[in-house]
Design a protein around this ligand. Structure first.
Ligand SMILES: Nc1ncnc2c1ncn2[C@@H]1O[C@H](COP(=O)(O)OP(=O)(O)OP(=O)(O)O)[C@@H](O)[C@H]1O
Ligand SMILES: [Mg+2]
Length: 228
């Protein structure tokens, strides 16, 4: 498999000095294209910090991050924004939808930032909403949808531009069991279709559905194993 992500000796240290927190404490990690990885660990273990690095939302104190073999660890904000938009689809626990845009509008928004014209944008957005089974909710705003439907809009937004990496931080944290299953099924299908999926969770049952599990503790990788 082709190497997608390589992290070398990465540190993220908050408040350097006496009260320093080593949110990432020497992390080495390789993720290949098409993998389905769960990153698990207790509260404060460094999961979100690692997600922020993987997603180019923040830069490490030290260490290297190669995405498609390009070192992105110390790029400037605007360069990171460009890579983020091209390479990564984000799914957050709180959905992060725009309240006054309907489902179509929310899915279209990141495509606008990519400079895609209106008719192509609508075609892509419609296709993504179909994929998550929301063809009947395209003109509903977030307040007019259930939590699970809102999360599916967020999934559609993440997958619309077909980014190589989908990064999900506690994607089912606010959902009931049934809706959690639906969202996890969608992620599995996306992985079967070739996308690389990285799910951050504190839930062992969610982690069991991934092919590979990485356990963080105190900013270090304690375990890295393949699920049967
Ligand atoms: N901006 C910051 N300044 C100082 N310390 C921080 C900052 N952000 C995170 N930390 C600390 O870094 C450590 C890792 O935080 P992180 O948010 O990555 O944990 P997490 O595994 O995502 O936890 P949770 O499951 O609660 O979301 C924690 O000890 C946290 O207190
Ligand atoms: Mg977190």
């Amino acid at each position: 498999m082709e190497e997608l992500i390589q992290i070398k000796d990465m540190y993220k240290i908050y408040n350097p000095g006496q009260d320093e927190v080593r949110a990432l404490d020497g992390v080495d990690l390789i993720i290949c294209e098409g993998e389905y990885v769960a990153i698990i660990g207790q509260s404060g273990s460094g999961k979100s910090t690692l997600m922020n690095m993987l997603g180019c939302l923040d830069v490490p104190t030290s260490g290297e991050y190669y995405l498609h073999r390009q070192n992105v660890a110390q790029l400037k904000d605007n360069e990171l924004a460009h890579i983020r938009n091209k390479e990564i689809g984000f799914i957050f626990q709180g959905f992060n939808l725009i309240a006054n845009l309907d489902a179509m509008g929310n899915v279209e928004l990141p495509l606008t930032y990519r400079g895609i014209g209106k008719s192509t944008r609508q075609k892509i957005a419609r296709q993504a909403l179909y994929t998550v089974g929301l063809e009947k909710r395209m003109s509903h705003r977030p307040s007019e949808m259930s939590g699970g439907q809102q999360q599916r809009v967020a999934v559609a937004r993440a997958i619309a531009a077909k980014p190589p990496v989908i990064l999900a931080d506690e994607p089912t944290g606010n959902l009931d069991t049934k809706t959690t299953k639906e969202i996890m099924t969608i992620l599995k299908e996306l992985n079967d279709a070739g996308r690389t999926i990285i799910v951050i969770t504190h839930d062992d049952e969610i982690a069991e559905q991934a092919d590979r599990v990485i356990r963080l503790q105190d900013g270090k990788i304690m375990e890295d194993y393949t699920n049967q």
